[in-house]
Design a protein around this ligand. Structure first.
Ligand code: 5GP
Length: 118
């Protein structure tokens, strides 16, 4: 079953695309959690970080290059930003097509809401 992100890559569902090349697509999150909230995804549907393989190394590395360039274009590179990849239930992953959240535009606060585990 294709995820919603595969449909966005295929152009079947609208999204505000900010970058697209042969390996990676990036678009604005539909429910932004920060002034800048862009999702950077491999065009290949890798469900989670648990599913990455050595063959994906170049694509995964390219996601960081794309993140760097988008951060610069959005004007948040110098002040800084956060990259998040959630994995499975405990990570809070909702869409099972690996994606990197690029968040910034203002101080983002503590890394985790709770700050403690237990
Ligand atoms: P996750 O919790 O899986 O790491 O993050 C999934 C993200 O995808 C969420 O931030 C959510 O707002 C975003 N999202 C879910 N459906 C859509 C959609 O149809 N379009 C866009 N642009 N973002 C979506």
């Amino acid at each position: 079953m294709a995820t919603i992100f595969e449909k966005i890559i295929a152009g079947e569902i609208p999204a505000t695309i900010v970058h697209k090349d042969d390996r990676v697509t990036a678009f604005r999150d539909i429910s932004p959690q920060a002034a800048v909230h862009v999702l950077i995804i491999p065009n290949k549907p890798i469900p989670t970080v648990n599913d990455v393989s050595e063959a994906d190394e170049a694509t995964l590395g390219h996601m960081f290059i794309v993140a760097r360039d988008i951060a610069k274009k959005e004007g948040i590179a110098e002040n800084g930003f956060r990259l998040i990849i959630n994995c499975n239930k405990h990570g809070g992953q909702v869409v099972y097509h690996l994606h990197m959240h690029l968040l910034g535009g203002a101080p983002l606060g503590p890394m985790l809401a709770g700050g403690k585990h237990g």
